[in-house]
Design a protein around this ligand. Structure first.
Ligand SMILES: Cc1cc2nc3c(=O)[nH]c(=O)nc-3n(C[C@H](O)[C@H](O)[C@H](O)COP(=O)(O)OP(=O)(O)OC[C@H]3O[C@@H](n4cnc5c(N)ncnc54)[C@H](O)[C@@H]3O)c2cc1C
Length: 294
């Protein structure tokens, strides 16, 4: 099917883009990598009057990293973030999750910020942003605002981006000292959206005992779900039996069935994947235990 007719603009600057978005209001859609927007247009699931193509705003095609965070601009493609050595060093979980998003051709075109705005509950990056307690910065002709991850995802395919706003940057907090992370997911075919996925972050003390453990889930709820697993395993050695945390997670989720999986299968995957990612994250944290604070 072909999209309905729309006006098309390709601004040369951020100010011009924000002006066009302000003028069109709710009738406009931003076009970034087009990897989610174009299928929706082609299937006529949406019919915006105007597309504002931001692909000439090359000043937003950056990945920056520092002691506190990795900052990803709106035009940074998944592949560019994945390749960035600084980002990998400061926040390895980001690269681990990006590597399982779709296929290389989609990662070469799709943007990481576009994925966050699209807010698919089966997408990897929203769960990672929520687990890490990151944020998204939005710009409009009225100014800028930064929205924390736990308020950014408002429903399935719904984020807190208002008419007239452009998401210009996502901020992923850097890995804390003596911490480790891991990502695990199951999809029916390589490159498909996951039936269930989990990102885990574990922190240790100087004696390699667990002080904090959190997990962020995709494909188990309408918006990314974050569970604090600390109470189940706090004080245990990094290589102790951590299965109580996986059992806690399994009992805490309430997934919906769909054409890809039953609720019970998803719940089972939550337990298995949590256990697997938790053990790996704890081992990695122990391996990082000699480092100075980042
Ligand atoms: C076959 C296929 C498989 C895929 N598999 C996966 C997968 O396994 N995991 C996964 O996470 N993703 C997957 N994707 C989606 C992919 O990651 C997209 O890159 C991502 O969803 C959207 O990024 P985009 O830049 O292409 O955004 P677009 O498609 O251009 O836009 C998506 C939405 O976000 C809005 N938007 C985009 N950027 C901005 C911005 N800066 N400010 C305001 N609004 C904005 C658009 O208006 C639109 O509503 C898949 C896509 C395809 C086609």
């Amino acid at each position: 099917m072909k999209p309905s007719a729309f006006d098309y603009s390709r601004p040369e600057s951020l100010d011009e883009a924000l002006g066009l978005l302000a003028e069109a209001g709710p009738d406009a859609k931003v076009l970034a990598g087009g990897q989610s927007l174009l299928p929706l247009l082609s299937m006529r699931l949406i019919a915006p009057a105007r597309l504002v193509d931001v692909n000439r705003l090359s000043e937003l095609a950056y990945v920056r990293s520092g002691p506190d965070a990795v900052w990803v601009g709106a035009l940074a493609r998944h592949a560019a973030v994945l390749r960035d050595a600084g980002a990998r060093d400061r926040q390895p979980l980001l690269a681990e999750a990006l590597a399982v998003i779709a296929h290389p051709s989609i990662r070469n075109r799709g943007t990481s910020v576009g994925s966050l705005v699209h807010a698919d509950p089966s997408a990897e990056l929203p769960a990672v942003l929520c687990l890490l307690e990151g944020s998204v910065t939005l710009a409009s002709t009225a100014g800028r605002r930064t929205v924390p991850a736990d308020r950014f995802f408002t429903g399935p395919l719904e984020s807190d981006v208002q008419p007239g706003e452009l998401a210009i940057e996502a901020s992923f907090p850097a890995r804390p000292a003596r911490s480790g992370s891991a990502f695990a997911e199951v999809s029916r075919r390589h490159g498909d959206y996951a039936v269930c996925g989990v990102a885990v972050l574990v922190e240790l003390d100087e004696d390699l005992r667990i002080t904090a453990a959190r997990a962020g889930y995709l494909s188990v709820s309408a918006t990314p779900l974050v569970l604090d697993l600390t109470a189940a395993i706090s004080g245990r050695a990094y290589d102790a039996d951590l299965s109580e945390a996986a059992a806690f997670a399994r009992a805490a989720v309430d997934p919906e069935p769909d054409i890809h999986a039953s609720a019970e299968y998803r719940r089972q995957l939550v337990g298995v994947l949590t256990g697997r990612a938790l053990r790996l994250a704890a081992q990695r944290a122990a391996g990082n235990s000699g480092e100075a604070a980042a």
